[in-house]
Design a protein around this ligand. Structure first.
Ligand SMILES: [Zn+2]
Length: 139
């Protein structure tokens, strides 16, 4: 049991779990926002432009007393998916842009090649006027 707890602690401490939890929580909250957007804004708008009564949620074909083919719910699900896919695409695009903008700073500046003594071809410090290897003068 001790070994199990230790393993579990390490699993938690790796940080991936926290990232995942944050993702799940944000994802859940985001789904609620999209559902609200579709249900409270887009569907009433469709109802408005179709003259009322023909809202997405009204597209139902009753087969018999118990079965209803609900095109409205299906179309709502598709709209939800398209909005989520679009927003996720925008987020991924923004993250890629941010990563591309940050990357050049992380890379170390390319070092200039150390100057070389013209007499012995040993490397000398930049700005040196006398070679420490052969004593020759460097211009
Ligand atoms: Zn030299």
């Amino acid at each position: 049991m001790n070994g199990f707890m230790k393993e579990f602690k390490e699993f938690i401490a790796k940080g991936n779990v926290m990232d995942m939890a944050v993702g799940v929580i944000i994802g859940g909250a985001f789904t609620a926002i999209v559902n609200s957007l579709v249900g409270n804004i887009i569907q009433p708008f469709i109802t408005l432009i179709t003259g009322g009564g023909v809202g997405v949620s009204g597209l139902q074909i009753p087969v018999n007393e118990e079965t209803v083919i609900d095109f409205g719910a299906f179309i709502s699900a598709i709209i939800n998916f398209l909005i989520i896919a679009w927003v996720v695409f925008l987020i991924v695009k923004a993250l890629n842009k941010m990563q591309a903008a940050v990357k050049p700073e992380e890379e170390p500046a390319p070092e200039e090649p150390a100057p070389v003594c013209p007499h012995c071809l040993e490397e000398v410090k930049p700005g040196a006027t006398r070679c420490p290897h052969c004593g020759g003068t460097i211009e």
